[in-house]
Every structure is written in structure tokens, then in C-alpha cells.
Ligand binder design. Structure first.
Ligand SMILES: C[S@@+](CC[C@H](N)C(=O)[O-])C[C@H]1O[C@@H](n2cnc3c(N)ncnc32)[C@H](O)[C@@H]1O
Length: 191
């Protein structure tokens, strides 16, 4: 496990517990989740679990993965009545089981190699929804590592011809976020 990532995020969540408070789900996920061919979902880098809980309330069984034990402990308290499995794992080396999921969501986290590995595991008609921050001169958080920011239109280039593009947008992030940042979101479906 990447001890550095774990320590960084555990400390962040301990110092800013508001990051674990209830927040609205991605509007792309809300709009498109019922296009998934079945009810098995995976939330990669689940954090506070806003998408894990949203999907569980829509009737999905959700596997949620994150490296932070602080985030997972917090989420565990909210998941008892739902069909949710929490796993502490390092996404640097994680690959989903082949054809296991109808919907995979990854938000506010960027690992291009993980997107590629995950794409290869998807079954026919499964959805992959990715939403995260991108480069923009007016981004408020200037010190973000450029490796964690998408180039304009980049998400579209990360999926090959085996995928149908259902939706793509670039937009300013939600008002509950600390810094105003430009984002990209995509919904693709495996053919
Ligand atoms: C900005 S939060 C996003 C949370 C959630 N997806 C959302 O949109 O609300 C990023 C999450 O990635 C997790 N993370 C960072 N590095 C990781 C790694 N190498 N493996 C697994 N999770 C990681 C952090 O613990 C944190 O919960």
C-alpha cells in the first residue's frame, strides 16, 4: 500500500472532517445510472462515499474502494442498512474483477493507467463514469500537481472505439468545494 497516499489522505480527513460530510452526487451519475444494464457498481476512490450511498439507495450493490482508513471508518457508520462492501486498497495496483460490474464511477481522482485497466474489465453495456479536475488558467488552486489535472477534452481520448460516448461536459465545480476549479465529466458505455 502507498503509505504516503494513505497518510496524506488520513491527515487531510482528520484535519478537515467537513470533507467527509454529506455532499450531493455528481449530476452525470444521477442522470445516467439507470442506463446501467444491472445493479452491480464499483466506486473507485470513494472518499466520503457520496456516490456509494447514492447508488446503494438506487438499489445497487456497491463495492467501494479507498486507501484512507479514516474515510472508510466514517463511511462504515453510514452503510449498515445498505448492500455495500468497503475495501481498503491502493488503486495504484488495483484492477477490478473482469466483467464484474454494470457501472463503475471514479470522481475527483485521476489515475490514467487505472482508467485503462478498468476499461479493459468492463462487460458489454456497462457504464464507466469519470469526473475530475482539469487544467484552466482561472483555477483557484494553483499548486495542484499538473499530473492530476486533465488537459482539455482529454477524457474523450482515454476511451477507445469499444466505447460509445453517452455524455461529456466541461464545467465549473460545485459550490460546496473549497476551491473553484474547472472539471471534466464523461459517461461511456462498453459496446
Ligand atoms: C478528492 S477524494 C474523492 C472522493 C470521492 N470520489 C468524491 O468524489 O467525493 C480522493 C480520494 O482518493 C483516495 N485516494 C488517494 N490516493 C489513493 C490510492 N492510491 N488508492 C486508493 N485511494 C486513494 C483518497 O483517500 C480520497 O478519499
Amino acid at each position: 500500500m502507498s503509505i504516503k497516499d494513505k497518510e496524506k489522505w488520513d491527515t487531510k480527513y482528520q484535519q478537515k472532517p467537513e470533507l467527509l460530510s454529506t455532499r450531493p452526487p455528481s449530476s452525470m451519475l444521477v442522470k445516467y445510472c439507470d442506463r446501467a444494464p444491472g445493479k452491480k457498481a464499483l466506486d473507485l476512490a470513494c472518499g466520503s462515499g457520496r456516490h456509494t450511498l447514492f447508488l446503494a439507495k438506487q438499489g445497487f450493490h456497491v463495492d467501494a474502494v479507498d486507501i484512507s482508513s479514516v474515510a472508510l471508518s466514517h463511511l462504515r457508520m453510514k452503510t449498515q442498512e445498505y448492500d455495500i462492501t468497503l475495501t481498503q486498497s491502493d488503486l495504484d495496483t488495483f484492477t477490478p474483477h473482469k466483467e464484474a460490474y454494470d457501472l463503475i464511477v471514479m470522481t475527483n481522482y485521476l489515475d490514467r493507467a487505472l482508467i485503462r485497466r478498468t476499461s479493459e474489465t468492463l462487460k458489454k453495456n456497462a457504464l464507466f463514469i469519470v469526473e475530475t479536475y482539469m487544467q484552466h488558467p482561472e483555477n483557484e488552486k494553483k499548486e495542484t500537481n499538473p499530473d492530476f489535472l486533465l488537459a482539455p477534452e482529454e477524457l474523450k481520448s482515454l476511451f477507445d472505439t469499444d466505447f460509445t460516448l453517452l455524455a461529456y461536459k466541461e464545467f465549473w465545480n460545485e459550490s460546496h468545494e473549497i476551491y473553484r476549479m474547472r472539471k471534466q465529466a464523461i459517461v461511456v458505455q462498453k459496446e
